[in-house]
Design a protein. Structure first.
Length: 272
């Protein structure tokens, strides 16, 4: 008898069988599903699911990660819907439960959690060999990161402007950055005393800003550009700090992208 796979919501899932119909509302998971060889089983994805570019073009869009087109999903008759605690709204997921038989909830919080993610999807969709290959590649990257001794740096990782927003230390982004000894400020955790996982900040009132060595402007969810980078370099409140753009997909996307993302961070830290 095959064992059931338990998702991030504590729900146990039986193997999907021979002909699952999968809708993914998580861009990084969509990329992972293709890496697991599930091309023919993926019937729906969000407009933000853009990798692998050549393959996602053949999959119907069903809205965004939050602005979901319920009718489009219903028409696709999915057997499985993949969602994420951070990226998809709970109310939306609960409405989808009315007509989607199986909803798989994901929530990687550290780079190593991707191993469990590979195992979860492998168990549901019968992709043991592909998942093993990804697990071995990720383990190799994690060993490579652990073998380096980078100088500690305090970083401000900006994901939005108007208002400025950053990340708490219990986010996946922050734990990815810690692989190269970059520590996000402010030193808060989203689960503590009502603190937000993605807190807002004010450059005029943040007492910890003086401790920041490096400011990273992410390419997503807000698409920071060199124009924003140059403007902040002229800001006297940020004088003396290194300010640069960073590829948000490499830092915030889990799944198969974590393997490439760790290599990207190792290269960035080595060049610092």
């Amino acid at each position: 008898m095959q064992s059931r796979a338990v998702d991030a919501a504590g729900v146990a899932h039986e193997p999907a069988g021979a002909a699952p119909r999968i809708v993914s509302l998580v861009p990084s998971i969509t990329e992972l599903l293709f890496a697991l060889g599930l091309d023919r089983q993926i019937v729906g994805r969000t407009g933000f699911c853009v990798h692998p570019h050549d393959k996602v073009q053949q999959v119907r869009k069903v809205g965004g990660t939050k602005a979901v087109n319920f009718d489009a999903i219903r028409a696709l008759r999915p057997t499985h819907l993949i969602v994420n605690i951070d990226e998809n709204e709970r109310d939306t997921v609960e409405q989808l439960r009315a007509f989607v038989p199986h909803i798989v909830v994901t929530h990687p919080q550290t780079p190593r959690d991707n191993l469990a993610l590979y195992t979860l999807l492998s168990a549901i969709f019968d992709r043991a060999q592909e998942a093993q290959r990804l697990s071995e590649a990720l383990e190799a990257r994690l060993r490579e990161a652990a073998a380096h001794a980078f100088a500690a740096q305090n970083v401000l990782y900006l994901i939005w402007r108007e208002p400025w927003m950053t990340v708490a230390r219990d986010t996946y982004i922050s734990t990815m950055l810690r692989l190269v000894n970059w520590h996000t400020l402010p030193d808060v955790r989203g689960g503590a005393a009502g603190a937000a996982r993605y807190p807002t900040l004010d450059f005029d009132t943040a007492p910890w800003l003086a401790q920041v060595d490096r400011i990273l402007l992410s390419s997503e969810p807000y698409r920071f550009t060199q124009v924003h980078c140059d403007a902040l370099k002229r800001d006297p409140r940020l004088a003396g700090k290194r300010i640069e753009l960073i590829d948000g997909e490499m830092v915030s996307w889990y799944g198969v992208r974590a393997i490439e993302g760790i290599a990207y961070l190792l290269q960035r830290a080595a060049a610092a």
